[in-house]
Design a protein around this ligand. Structure first.
Ligand SMILES: Nc1ncnc2c1ncn2[C@@H]1O[C@H](COP(=O)(O)OP(=O)(O)OP(=O)(O)O)[C@@H](O)[C@H]1O
Ligand SMILES: Nc1ncnc2c1ncn2[C@@H]1O[C@H](COP(=O)(O)OP(=O)(O)OP(=O)(O)O)[C@@H](O)[C@H]1O
Ligand SMILES: [Mg+2]
Ligand SMILES: [Mg+2]
Lengths: 253, 253
């Protein structure tokens, strides 16, 4: 039974997409069958795997709006055990178009139901907002993975995110759990990072992964080559930390 | 006649708020009267100036939704010539609430009209999306300032942003111009940054500011002290680059 893990945080640029790409790449290396669903109209997840945005073809937009089968749009990647559901530019309009539709929050959940059992993990990469797409991601999820950038502004948005999660736990998704909080872009040259780590542990306690992702320029370079870090530069410190995170998620660590 | 400059880019974490805070601080030092309007429910602009989010009091939310006068909520900062319009957590709901209202895109424009002439510059800091708040910011603006992070994913969202700008130029804001593109978080240790700079200059030509903002950890530390960089560490390279940007914007450079 595939586990749906949604990666969400409305603060922008905290490492949602980078975590979706690299964590799934290392889980696939551990022989887990993984699907990554991109519901952010920016489409960074696709290009991080070297897959073009499907502006001319069907994508998650047509699945959510017109009910076409998600099966028909799933794309393989160059990596074993790893597939992607692409997005196209039309998704940017979905926010307004979905408002008047019934069951607008549960469209993704319905779309994933028929294919869940084919995968061990399904990751959903969300846009930087608490809009209808992120709500779809949280309603479809078994659990939510929260990337938390080790910087001051990133702490500010946490209360709002937790409020949204607890609203959904009382309503549309009573079983939603917090999978974990992963600290990203840790910079050991500044006290700021260690202060954020301390606050996160006070707040989330054992939900904070022991693995901390350091700031590492190779992680920012990899997407320009259309590759996850596991194939762009597997020896770098960024790669090793995402591999460790994958093992910790699997409870092997 | 105050100039309204909206700072927008739907890619998250590219330096919109950091630019709003520090550019306005240095313009105020040049004896320009500056107002910074925060329309991002995260409220990072307020805390960057050491001002608490106004969850109990009126904010831009009540101005846009209930039509209260923006005058009544403007807050002074510790810095001469510099005032802020705060936001509160209720703004997160404005997206849905404004959908059915008439003139929903022009609410900010209307709210700013009576006070424009009191300032030389009014900066509007947008959330990381092309939602109704960002549209309000673009409709209210004389021009749009685009922070462009020197990283691969940041280039991907540009086409969508320009499409939205040109749609508004054909409709709700025919006079909207591009004020300029400011390159942020430039890291001279990687080719990636210089590749992005090259692409930006190809795309935007003379609209790209000569001043490039380097990645500088002091810029990330300053908000945790509630201060713009001009008072947190005016001698650091991050501060000098924002000062230079202010002079370039004033065409003094
Ligand atoms: N640990 C890291 N070290 C260095 N750079 C990183 C790291 N993680 C992510 N990046 C880079 O930082 C930028 C932001 O990361 P990313 O796009 O993954 O965040 P996001 O939360 O998905 O952003 P958005 O909110 O726009 O969806 C990207 O350019 C990415 O390549
Ligand atoms: N030049 C810089 N050097 C180092 N850190 C920076 C720089 N500019 C911004 N930062 C830091 O990077 C993070 C993202 O910047 P900021 O919050 O200003 O971006 P934003 O575009 O406003 O984000 P959002 O999309 O969430 O509104 C913040 O933690 C900020 O302190
Ligand atoms: Mg992303
Ligand atoms: Mg911001």
């Amino acid at each position: 039974m595939g586990k749906v893990i949604t990666i969400a945080n409305q603060k922008g640029g905290v490492g949602k997409t980078t975590t979706a790409i690299n964590l799934s790449a290392y889980l696939a290396q551990q022989d887990k069958k993984v699907l990554v669903v991109d519901i952010d109209a920016q489409g960074n997840t696709c290009s991080g795997f070297g897959i073009d945005k499907q502006n001319e073809n069907n994508s998650i937009y047509e699945v959510l709006m017109d009910g076409i089968a998600i099966d028909s749009i799933i794309k393989p990647t160059l990596y074993d055990n790893l597939e992607v559901v692409p997005v196209n530019i039309h998704l940017a309009g979905a926010q307004i178009e979905l408002i008047e539709q019934k069951d607008r929050e549960a469209r993704l959940k319905k779309a994933l139901a028929p294919i869940r059992d084919r995968y061990d993990y399904i990751f959903v990469d969300c846009p930087p907002s608490l809009d209808i797409m992120t709500v779809n991601g949280l309603v479809a999820a078994d659990s939510v993975l929260i990337p938390l950038q080790c910087e001051f502004f990133a702490l500010e948005g946490l209360a709002q995110l937790l409020k949204t999660i607890s609203l959904l736990q009382k309503g549309l998704n009573p079983n939603l759990k917090i999978e974990g909080v992963v600290l990203t872009m840790y910079d050991n040259r500044t006290n700021l990072s260690s202060q954020v780590v301390e606050e996160a542990i006070n707040y989330f306690k054992e939900k904070v992964y022991k693995t901390v992702i350091p700031r590492n320029v190779k992680l920012a370079e990899a997407p320009s080559h259309g590759k996850p870090i596991s194939s762009y530069d597997p020896a770098c410190v960024g790669a090793k930390s995402y591999k460790k995170l994958a093992l910790e998620l699997l409870n092997y660590a």
